[in-house]
Write a protein that binds this ligand. Structure first.
Ligand SMILES: [Zn+2]
Length: 181
């Protein structure tokens, strides 16, 4: 079995029924739960707006985690991106590969094999004209925003659900500076 630092260091608090890594709480959830939520949102308000909302949800977690683990482990930008990519796989979000982190161009590119978000409610691969892995796109957007200290645009340029072999995410910092955030 492959080494999994997150699982090895995950603490179980039976009193609260809580799983924590570095005092941050996580929960295990079947992909079908999130896939159903996404399908319901898409039916209700359309895929584009649903994608924005799911992106925003992932973004919050990515930004918080990027900052938290950078501080907790004293990581530089590249180490933080590598940590988050390794962690992505270790918490079951698919196998992440950091393709590019260019601090000068303020660009982050990550490929993910076997995204659980590209599956349908019955477990088969979804078929969609646009990328469907908005949670991952959001996490990487939040991570990039924290690393570059800027507002970012995050795109999923290929996706399993579009018939591509893997999902590829490109995060680019925008000229506009993020105030506060
Ligand atoms: Zn995808």
């Amino acid at each position: 079995m492959a080494e999994n630092r997150i699982l090895a260091e995950m603490a179980y608090d039976g009193e609260r029924g809580a799983l924590c890594f570095q005092d941050v709480r996580y929960l295990l959830i079947r992909p079908e739960t999130l896939v159903s939520l996404q399908a319901a949102l898409e039916a209700e308000i359309g895929p584009a707006r649903a994608g924005e909302i799911l992106y925003a949800s992932g973004y919050t977690g990515g930004r918080l985690s990027g900052r938290k683990y950078r501080e907790a482990f004293g990581l530089n930008e590249r180490e933080a991106a590598e940590f988050m990519c390794r962690m992505g796989g270790e918490i079951g979000w698919g196998r992440f590969h950091l393709v590019e982190l260019d601090a000068q161009a303020r660009r982050l590119v990550v490929e993910v094999i076997a995204s659980p978000f590209a599956q349908s409610e019955n477990g088969a691969t979804r078929a969609s004209e646009a990328g469907v892995c908005h949670f991952i796109r959001g996490v990487l957007g939040g991570l990039g925003s924290g690393l570059f200290e800027a507002a970012v645009e995050a795109r999923e340029v290929s996706c399993l659900a579009r018939g591509n072999g893997l999902c590829r995410f490109e995060v680019q910092a925008l000229e506009t500076l993020l105030i506060g955030g």
